[in-house]
Design a binder for this molecule. Structure first.
Ligand code: HEC
Length: 114
C-alpha cells in the first residue's frame, strides 16, 4: 500500500511537469505562429541598424517595431517580399528572408517593450 502511494505520487508529478511544459510552450511563440523569440533576436542583427537595438527606430523616417503585433509584422514582411507593398529598402531585405525567418523576427520584435 505504501509502495502504491509512492508510485502514484511520482506519476502525479510527471503529469504536472507535462502540463507545465504544454502550458508554458506557447509563451515562447504566442500566438502559435511558430516563431522563436531567441532565434529572432539573433536574426535581427541586420534590422537593428535601422529599427533600433530595442525595436525603437533611430530616426524619424523608420518605424518602431517594438511591441508591434506579431501577425502584422508577418503580413508586412510577406507583402514586401511578394511586392504587394514596396519600399526601396524593405523590399530588398524581405526578399532575403524565408518563412521561418519572418516568423522568428515577428515573434522577437512583438515581444519587445514598445
Ligand atoms: C536600412 C534601414 C532598414 C533596415 C536594415 C531594415 N528596415 Fe525595416 N523598414 C525600414 C523602413 C524605411 C521602413 C518603412 C517602409 C515604408 O515606408 O513602407 C521599414 C518597414 C518595416 C516594417 C513595416 C513596419 C510597419 O509599421 O508597417 C517591418 C515589419 C520591417 N521594416 C521589418 C524589418 C526587419 C525584420 C528587418 C531585418 C531583417 C528590417 N526591417 C531591416 C528600414 C529598414
Amino acid at each position: 500500500m505504501q509502495r502504491m502511494q509512492f508510485y502514484k505520487s511520482k506519476f502525479n508529478g510527471l503529469v504536472v511537469a507535462m502540463a507545465v511544459a504544454v502550458i508554458s510552450a506557447p509563451a515562447f511563440a504566442w500566438p502559435g505562429s511558430g516563431g522563436d523569440v531567441s532565434a529572432g533576436k539573433t536574426k535581427s542583427a541586420t534590422c537593428t541598424a535601422c529599427h533600433g537595438q530595442n525595436g525603437i527606430s533611430v530616426n524619424d523616417n523608420w518605424p518602431n517595431l517594438a511591441g508591434q503585433k506579431e501577425n502584422y509584422i508577418v503580413e508586412q514582411l510577406h507583402a514586401f517580399k511578394s511586392g504587394t507593398r514596396t519600399n526601396p529598402i524593405m523590399s530588398g531585405i524581405a526578399k532575403m528572408l524565408n518563412d521561418q525567418d519572418i516568423r522568428d523576427l515577428a515573434a522577437y520584435f512583438s515581444s519587445l517593450k514598445p
